[in-house]
Design a protein around this ligand. Structure first.
Ligand code: 13P
Ligand code: SF4
Length: 305
């Protein structure tokens, strides 16, 4: 790793009173230099709590928007303006408005992987770490519109037995992990525990032992006595899993499960981001206030585990 780049980042961080937050799918070098690395829930909580004036968000747009929604007084920078989330883009505010008009009595729960406009039209927000708890906290008789991830939605349907209207969105990175990938890896490593993300397709989840958010995978591996794990999610998390559990072996269920958007962030772009204060993420105040209500219910009532 370039010493000069690291020194520059350190110096700029102090000058700007900045903190670097990174998602568990970020490139290894970014995870190593971040002040906090975590899953979507952990990152939301950190963004709300930090005293720094500037947040450099090493992740994708919806994560940086969530930081703006929770901490409007801070400057939130996304080092690459094209780092978006294709799943979040699979539903627009207009599409959600039409869906709500078709089911006027339903409550709307949006996965945090959604735009600020979609959050503003939702009653509750959730992450993969707390989706089941959020749904269980809602009145039993109410139908629930869940957007945009159909696979996280199906996972919650199975665990709560509630009446859902699911939107057919999905994560293209998790969708490349197939049933055959899991079968092949299980045949090669029969003693390994299979940890899969709820964004995986149903056949993959059925073949897995544990369905966990990325933060929950890290916590589970740390306390497990097993020494071998097959990981069915974006491969970036394997870096931190290995760092935290040097004795254990972590095998990617599919080496091709790489999110190109997460990998757009580089050390150089972090330097440019802090030097030029780019790219500033903003959310119109009217949208922010509405979106915050949905996120607040998640952050305040369901702290990270
Ligand atoms: P978590 O880290 O919250 O499990 O989310 C996974 C993801 O796809 C983020 O884009
Ligand atoms: Fe979006 Fe999937 Fe990439 Fe996460 S891994 S940012 S859900 S495309």
């Amino acid at each position: 790793m370039s010493e000069r780049l690291l020194e520059k980042i350190e110096r700029l961080k102090q000058q700007r009173n900045a903190v670097i937050l990174a998602h568990n799918y970020q490139p290894d070098r970014i995870q190593d230099i971040a002040d906090f690395c975590g899953d979507s829930l952990g990152l939301s909580i950190k963004a709300a709590q930090t005293d720094a004036e500037v947040i450099v968000f090493c992740g994708v747009l919806f994560m940086a928007e969530t930081a703006v929604i929770l901490s409007p007084e801070k400057t939130v920078l996304l080092p690459d303006k094209l780092a978006g989330c294709p799943m979040a883009d699979m539903i627009t505010a207009e599409q959600l408005a039409k869906l709500k008009a078709r089911h006027p009595d339903a409550l709307v729960v949006c996965y945090v992987n959604s735009s600020a406009e979609v959050k503003a039209q939702s009653d509750y927000c959730c992450t993969s770490a707390n989706a089941v708890e959020v749904i269980n906290s809602l009145p039993k008789e109410r139908r629930i519109i869940f957007v945009p991830d159909q696979y996280l939605g199906q996972f919650v349907v199975e665990r709560t037995g509630r009446d859902f209207v699911l939107w057919p969105g999905y994560c293209p990175t998790h969708a490349v992990i197939t049933e055959d990938d899991i079968r092949d890896k299980k045949a090669k490593y029969p003693d390994a525990i299979v940890m899969a993300h709820p964004e995986c397709t149903e056949p993959v989840k059925k073949l897995s032992d544990k369905l966990l958010s990325t933060g929950q995978m890290l916590a589970f591996a740390e306390k497990s006595s097993s020494q071998q794990f097959i990981i069915a999610t974006e491969t970036g998390i394997i870096h931190t899993l290995k760092k935290q559990n040097p004795e254990a072996e972590f095998i990617a269920a599919a080496e091709k499960a790489i999110c190109p958007n997460m990998k757009r962030i580089t050390l150089e772009k972090i330097v440019w981001s802090l030097e030029d204060m780019q790219y500033k993420i903003t959310v119109p105040e009217e949208i922010r206030i509405k979106a915050k209500k949905a996120i607040d219910k998640m952050v305040e009532t369901l702290p990270a585990k």
